[in-house]
Ligand binder design. Structure first.
Ligand code: NAP
Length: 313
């Protein structure tokens, strides 16, 4: 195996302008670890703003990947060289925007056979976040009325679908091309925020959602408190919500950070293999154009879905 590889890296904290393609040594797996030949790594535009991304510099982004096991440590027995795998890389470790990445064997799931590596790469962070928000945190079940904010985004696309699969009635806020997409995902009610306000019928309908999954934050998070029934659950992905306000309304409000969970990833892979879960790619870029990939996240009304770096097209 070659001892050098390409990696998309940032020497110091900042935006996409910090990213360069560097040639660095291929890392070696330590005890319990594997070396993965990365085929595709998905990016989350906001990851360059997360403190966790900058725990080690130079930092390699892209913490969700699909690839092939290239090497394993002596003590690894449950995966083998040549296995097709995918996974979420813990945020304190280096990301997968590189030819190779070291990943603990315990964090590897089996790649769904129906999906390409590029399609698979969007599951670990985006779909797992949606799963954990809906089921591990909000305990959504059949009949719940769920509002998903940002239903055309990386996480939101999966949150809409997974909530529907669980038998919930799903309302989602979207805009631009997301409006057309949301109906194909099975959303029961679609609110185009370019023309409507999700709190607009609050006065008439009152608090009407059992669960809100907020992928947008800011003012959207702030106003979401008012539409949740007493005993309901608010889950937000950006910042810790106001606990005093939550308790005065009789709701729970939770911020959490997604964590690797191979059982959940294998379940999501099964849904994808049975065509019960749709994957939407906004765009693909070769690894060498990683900076442009992150720059494509600027602005609003972007194409729905996730952006993926193709490492071995
Ligand atoms: N805590 C965690 O573990 C965790 C995990 C994953 C992600 N996150 C966070 O969750 C957030 C979402 O991540 P993501 O990957 O899903 O991002 P994303 O792909 O950028 O999706 C966000 C979506 O929200 C839409 N949106 C924004 N404002 C809107 C509005 N006012 N009305 C309707 N739609 C609106 C965006 O549309 P436009 O293109 O029109 O703006 C986009 O479709 C990010 O802040 C990320 O940092 C947290």
């Amino acid at each position: 195996m070659t001892e050098q590889m390409r990696a998309l890296r940032a020497e110091r904290r900042g935006g996409p302008e910090q990213l360069t393609i560097d040639t660095i040594a291929v890392p070696s797996p330590g005890p319990g670890e594997t070396l993965i030949e990365v085929h595709a790594a998905a990016i989350t535009f906001a990851e360059l703003t997360w403190d966790e991304t900058w725990m080690h510099t130079p930092a390699i982004p892209g913490h969700e990947f699909s690839g092939v096991v290239a090497d394993v440590a002596d003590d690894v027995t449950d995966v083998s060289v040549g296995d097709e795998v995918f996974g979420l890389i813990r945020f304190e470790l280096q990301g997968a925007a590189a030819d190779y990445v070291v990943v603990p064997a315990a964090d590897l799931a089996r790649k769904p056979t129906r999906l390409s590596h590029a399609e698979t790469a969007v599951l670990p962070l985006a779909a797992l976040t949606a799963w954990q928000a809906l089921f591990d945190v909000a305990h959504v079940s059949a009949g719940d009325r769920v509002l998903v904010h940002g239903g055309a985004g990386g996480v939101g696309i999966f949150a809409v679908q997974l909530a529907r699969l669980a038998g919930a009635t799903v309302t989602t806020t979207v805009r631009g091309d997301g409006v057309a997409l949301a109906s194909t995902l099975g959303a029961d009610h679609i609110i185009d925020t370019d023309t409507a306000d999700f709190t607009a019928d609050f006065a008439a309908a009152g608090r009407r959602f059992d669960v809100v999954i907020d992928t947008i934050g800011g003012d959207t998070l702030h106003r979401s408190f008012d539409v949740i029934v007493e005993g309901g659950r608010l889950v937000t992905l950006q910042e810790p919500p106001d606990q005093a306000r939550a308790s005065s309304l009789g709701i729970t409000a939770t911020f959490f950070i997604v964590a690797p969970d191979v059982t959940e990833l294998n379940y999501l892979a099964g849904l994808a293999d049975r065509a019960e879960l749709t994957v939407v790619l906004a765009a693909t870029f070769p690894l060498g154009e990683g900076r442009a990939a992150f720059e494509s996240g600027r602005g609003t009304h972007r194409p729905p879905g996730k952006t993926v770096l193709l490492v071995r097209p």
